[in-house]
Design a protein around this ligand. Sequence first.
Ligand code: ATP
Ligand code: MG
Length: 283
Amino acid sequence: MAGVSQRYGDVTALADADLVIRRGELLAIVGPSGSGKSTLLNIMGTLSRPSGGTVRIDGHDVEDLSDRELSALRAGTIGFVFQQFHLSPGVTALDSVSDGLLYGGARRAERRAAAERALRRVGLGDRLRHEPHQLSGGEKQRVAIARAVLGGPSPASGTGGEGGGGGGEGPKLLLADEPTGALDSRSGAAVLELLHDLHRAGTTVVIITHDRDIAASLPREVRLRDGHIEHDARPPGGAPSRHAAPAPPGALPPSAPSPGAPSASSAPAPQDAPHRASAGGVR
Ligand SMILES: Nc1ncnc2c1ncn2[C@@H]1O[C@H](COP(=O)(O)OP(=O)(O)OP(=O)(O)O)[C@@H](O)[C@H]1O
Ligand SMILES: [Mg+2]
């Protein structure tokens, strides 16, 4: 993204942000409450269109895409774990997660098998048929995480047998807003390990966190303050993650964001557009 700003009335939530995230990176976004972290993540995930600046994702200039095209891009590319996650009342954990695969076209039995693996992976194997009101806050968050990572490049199977087994392609990009914020340290560590597995399998992973230890353990840390990127610590030598793949034609350039690109439109945010991460909070 280049020169990206987000204003809400007279509040500038994000100011002139330049950020290039390469394929296969794993990074933390940190900063005080209200510094613009969630705003940045929502823009990165094309859930909201910025007031100004250019956002390119997977080679697409977000400004050029209709809300429908953005929904399709999200459905095929991006998994979200929201800070405010909402699970639909009356829907079991298993259904909530397997519904996230509806876009992939997999059969119901395959979706449910993949959902069950993902739920077991986050430690909810004995909560498959619990509805939201029967789950703790941390358990609900883990359902949302299972849903977001489902179909990732086989991290959920644990057996390497996932390929096409209902998981679809999985997210190329996983955006997680305080994924461990509501968890005890043991569940938090399990979730973090899951995110590392996804990264190892090739997913680009962006994690907002207040946890200094988590942030320090990741290869890159972007720090926000008052809507500005005040610090961006890259790996020594500026090398991309060892998992970074070459960018396809039309993808973001490796270093400088494209200058002089047209500014993004201020069209209404596609907040109610359907996408695979709706368990995360925008249903
Ligand atoms: N829809 C909105 N309307 C008005 N102001 C908003 C809106 N969303 C965010 N803001 C403001 O923009 C600023 C940045 O908000 P944002 O949610 O990005 O912060 P954050 O860094 O994620 O904070 P936290 O750590 O508390 O989640 C805050 O001052 C917030 O009050
Ligand atoms: Mg936030």
